[in-house]
Write a protein of this length. Structure first.
Length: 256
């Protein structure tokens, strides 16, 4: 097993890529600390992976809130002592927000808060545990939308999602340089279009799905498991000389 006796923190663990990553990591021997803004979703994830590793736990956590992160940190210190791997999978898109009567600016702020600030806060509070023991792997989740603009008809110019994801790539580079001397690796995954709740509005309509699939050289969307397997590689010793990198997993979308 590639992650035997490793302690892993996964944000956005309640669904999609975060849940699939949590389960895969548990199968590989890790104890998984599952964080999600929806506590019941986090618990469902832990129940799904407990047959592989019983030493796992769920927390309700809004990654954009300093107080929530610090509470989880204290619990981790008390119950596990340290952390070996961080998977920053929590993320939202403006089309999935349920902010009643919110202005465009409020929507922008919320997307930046969760996607960028949330990634920053988790790394800021948990990286010192890795520095102390001089080992660790941090995996941030960006997107191909942090690399390229939206295709016509699939997004708008003032959408906060692409800027939030582009900034995560640069945060990853900066952190990797700062933490390399502590033997802490920091990398980033840039998924393409993957079938999750985040992209549900895009792939529920069959005509829209076909249009989206046609934009991929491989002719299909990705799966959460394909992203989770990339995360497993980056988390394991197989990637021992990789840091500061952004791995694109997009079926050829950005090669065009």
């Amino acid at each position: 097993m590639k992650l035997k006796q490793k302690i892993v923190l996964v944000t956005g663990a309640g669904s999609g890529i975060g849940r699939e990553t949590s389960i895969l990591f548990a199968k590989e021997g890790a104890s998984v600390i599952s964080l999600d803004s929806n506590y019941f979703s986090a618990v469902e994830t832990v129940e799904a992976l407990k047959k592989y590793n019983k030493n796992s736990i769920a927390f309700e956590c809004d990654v954009s809130r300093n107080k929530d992160i610090q509470e989880v940190l204290q619990n981790v210190k008390k119950n596990y002592g340290t952390i070996d791997i961080i998977f920053n999978g929590a993320g939202i898109h403006s089309r999935n927000l349920s902010l009643e009567n919110a202005s465009d600016e409020q929507i922008w702020d919320r997307v930046i808060e969760v996607n960028l600030k949330g990634t920053y806060l988790v790394n800021y509070y948990f990286a010192p545990l890795m520095k102390k023991k001089k080992s660790g792997s941090i995996i941030n989740v960006s997107s191909i939308m942090g690399l390229v603009g939206y295709s016509k008809g699939f997004g708008v110019g003032f959408d906060a999602y692409p800027p939030s994801k582009g900034a995560i790539i640069q945060l990853t580079r900066n952190l990797s340089l700062d933490l390399a001397k502590y033997n802490v690796r920091v990398n980033c995954i840039c998924p393409g279009y993957v079938k999750t709740n985040l992209t549900k509005a895009l792939h529920e309509d069959n005509d829209r799905l076909k249009e989206l699939e046609a934009k991929h050289p491989m002719g299909r969307l990705g799966t959460p498991l394909e992203i989770a397997k990339t995360a497993l590689f980056l988390a394991s010793n197989d990637a021992s000389f990789i840091t500061g990198s952004s791995i694109v997993v997009d079926g050829g979308y950005t090669a065009q």
